[in-house]
Write a protein that binds this ligand. Structure first.
Ligand code: TMP
Length: 216
């Protein structure tokens, strides 16, 4: 059964952990290893674009250049990873996707929603997720969590967005909540509480989604 599932949320909302937990659970329940991927990134070319996008040294990046780089990374990722996996009937779980561009570049930076939607359609060939988990978390706590994680990491310096002022992250969060109102595939998950509590909320929604699919 093909299912394209995405996770969204502000930084530090616990997405990556929950992506892995859902993937493990799907594997134990359905005996199938989902394809786990992320944006920006997911393949070599898109990972190179990710490094440019998130490098804290690129403070001066023009917001239109930023938007186009996200679209370019997505087009490559779609062609190389997501579409081939969906066409062979796999579960695909992607950490961030098109809603992130609407939330960050649209609500966060103030770029045109219509323009972003057009670019999203170009990059995805119109493919949309079947189910989206929006992990909702207070921006103040999320950002301080993400900043300390970055400070402890030996990996590349990927904190260009974490350096944005808190008002930016509030706009992003409010943008996500707005998107949720207009798209029934988006399910807001309260991401406060323990990792296991949040995982249980996600599994409940996921199980309902699978039941509805099987009833069709
Ligand atoms: P990550 O830290 O969750 O991997 O996300 C990388 C950053 O990229 C995060 O700050 C959100 C941002 N982003 C956008 O601004 N627009 C997008 O379209 C995507 C996919 C991510």
């Amino acid at each position: 059964m093909t299912s394209f599932i995405t996770f969204e949320g502000i930084e530090g909302s616990g997405k990556s952990t929950q992506v892995r937990l859902l993937a493990d659970w799907i594997k134990s329940r359905f005996g199938e290893e989902p394809v786990l991927t992320r944006e920006p990134g997911g393949c070599r070319i898109s990972d190179q674009i990710r490094a440019t996008l998130l490098d804290a040294a690129n403070k001066g990046m023009d917001e239109r250049a930023e938007l186009l780089l996200y679209a370019a990374a997505r087009a490559q990722h779609m062609a190389e990873i997501i579409q081939p996996a969906l066409s062979t009937g796999k579960f695909v779980i992607c950490d961030r996707f098109t809603d992130a561009t609407l939330a960050y570049q649209g609500y966060g930076r103030g770029l045109s929603k219509e323009l972003i939607e057009e670019l999203n359609t170009l990059a995805t060939c119109g493919v949309e997720p079947d189910l989206t988990f929006l992990l909702d978390f207070p921006p103040e706590t999320g950002i301080s969590r993400a900043r300390s994680r970055n400070a402890d990491s030996d990996g590349p310096n990927e904190d260009r967005f974490e350096q944005e002022e808190i008002a930016f992250h509030h706009r992003v969060r409010n943008g996500y909540l707005d998107l949720e109102k207009s798209a029934p595939r988006i399910h807001r998950i309260d991401a406060t509480g323990s990792i296991e509590e949040v995982a249980a909320r996600i599994r409940t929604v996921f199980s309902q989604f699978i039941e509805q699919r099987q009833a069709i």
